[in-house]
Design a protein around this ligand. Structure first.
Ligand code: AMP
Ligand code: MG
Length: 448
């Protein structure tokens, strides 16, 4: 029986060992940095052409070209204060008020020497005036002048230009206000709006198909039968896509594939056709029903099938050329993530997330990191570098982040990911890393 299986299984390789046949993976074990380099190289090559979108739909996307102002800001000399538009050389003294100009209006009078005009913040400074004096340093007199005009006493002097924003002082016409590769956040949206940019050239948001694999899985809203469990990875990965893109990336649920070559092929093909990136989970370890790698070998190029890391060793990455409806070809990135939920999420964060951020146009797609002080003795693995899930808390006394373990780190225990802020990078070594040691922490959450 064992002998029959080895011939039926296309992926497991066998070689003669001391006590019989030893099964081993055909894939070289790549160090994490090497694997990440391959992933990012392929992501840059697979980027879709930039497209134009209306500014109102562009928040959260990354600019593909510089955006330039089409006009100056302010477009007129604008008052910085509520007060009076004056002729600077007159001041101080007492002068009659010849008119009033409010924000949004343009004065139909001039301010001649010996007169002043009431003005509000943001209003265009009337012709003739060359400074504004704030209302706080003036006195409104009870009497009026011979022409019945209100009189105001100015207690301080001023200089030409005071309290006026000259034309173009915030933004010059034709100035680049947002450079390519910047994500359009709050400030950028405001800047683009203010300078009259109505459409922007952006990197399109990636579309990601998510597929679970395994005969034991049922959808999350179904009751598992004997020997079955609910699919947690699909809900988890769909939520991760939403979380890390603030809802910008399009996630497509391709369902659950049985451990059956025809069903797997059909669902993988559906995912490849509909998306830029396919995330699968399960079916990449050393079991007889781990059918994904042979399928990906057939459809495209498997760049690696094992990574030197814990958790997540069987992570597999492939690129597949797929014909598009327009008659062209696209390259789909496929991350065949390990089935254990923790391994799935950690490999998503370490590899798929930077690739997606790169596709989305981010110039620095990798996870950001911080240094954190261990609050516990961290056990090390002599065979693999480990990504230990931790919560980070800022310690005011020591002026540093302190890392607290999320508990048992077995790769099936998703509770160890819950409320984790970071993945601690523990070296491959014997023994433990003592509490108090400073360690690199890759950030997987916004730190509140
Ligand atoms: P596999 O890589 O397919 O051998 O799966 C490894 C482990 O992860 C097994 O215990 C599976 O039952 C479990 N697993 C695989 N996919 C999922 C999933 N979508 N949700 C929950 N557990 C899963
Ligand atoms: Mg499986």
């Amino acid at each position: 029986m064992a002998h029959q299986q080895q011939h039926e299984h296309p992926q497991l390789h066998y070689k003669k060992g001391e006590h019989g046949l030893v099964r081993h993976s055909p894939y070289t074990m790549l160090p994490v940095p090497d694997a990440l380099e391959i992933v990012l190289r392929e992501a840059v090559a697979a980027r879709r052409e930039p497209e134009r979108v209306e500014l109102a739909r562009a928040a959260g996307l990354v600019l593909a070209g510089d955006a330039r102002a089409t006009m100056a800001l302010p477009p007129f000399p604008a008052s910085i204060m509520d007060g009076y538009a004056v002729v600077a050389s007159d001041m101080p003294g007492t002068f009659p008020v010849v008119g009033e100009v409010k924000a949004g209006r343009v004065a139909d009078f001039e301010v001649k020497p010996g007169t002043v005009a009431r003005i509000t913040t943001g209003a265009p400074v009337p012709a003739g005036a060359d400074a504004v004096i704030k209302v706080e340093v003036t006195e409104l007199l009870a009497e009026r002048d011979a022409e019945g005009r209100q009189l105001v006493k100015f207690n301080v002097g001023t200089a030409p230009g005071r309290c006026i924003r000259p034309v173009g002082s915030d933004i010059q016409p034709d100035q680049t206000v947002v450079t390519a590769s910047t994500m359009i956040g709050a400030a950028e949206s405001g800047l683009l709006a203010t300078v009259g940019v109505k459409e922007v050239l952006v990197h399109p948001a990636p579309r990601i198909a998510v597929l679970s694999t395994g005969d034991e899985l049922v959808e999350a809203d179904k009751e598992p039968g004997p020997g079955q469990i609910r699919d947690s990875n699909k809900s988890m990965l769909m939520a991760a896509l939403h979380q890390y893109s603030s809802g910008r990336w399009e996630a497509i649920d391709v369902g659950i594939a049985h451990d059956d070559p025809a069903d797997l092929r059909a669902k993988v093909t559906q995912g490849l056709n509909e998306a830029d990136v396919l995330l699968t989970s399960g079916g990449v370890s050393m079991g007889e029903l781990d059918l994904l790698q042979p399928l990906l070998e057939e459809l495209g190029t498997v760049h690696f099938g094992r990574v030197l890391m814990k958790p997540g060793k069987p992570l597999t990455f492939a690129t597949v050329p797929v014909p598009t409806p327009g008659g062209g070809t696209k390259t789909v990135l496929v991350f065949a993530l390990p089935g254990n939920p923790v391994s799935s999420l950690v490999t998503f964060q370490l590899f798929a997330l930077p690739a997606l951020r790169s596709l989305a146009g981010h110039p620095q797609p990798n996870l950001r990191h911080a240094t954190a002080k261990l609050s516990f003795d961290a056990p090390l693995d002599p065979e693999r570098p480990e990504y230990h899930r931790v919560k980070l808390e800022w310690n005011d006394h020591d002026n540093c982040w302190v890392a607290y373990s999320t508990g048992n780190q077995i790769s099936s225990r998703l509770l160890s990911m819950q409320s984790a802020d970071a993945l601690l990078c523990l070296p491959q070594a014997e023994g433990t890393l003592a509490a108090g040691t400073f360690v690199k922490a890759l950030l997987i959450a916004h730190l509140n």
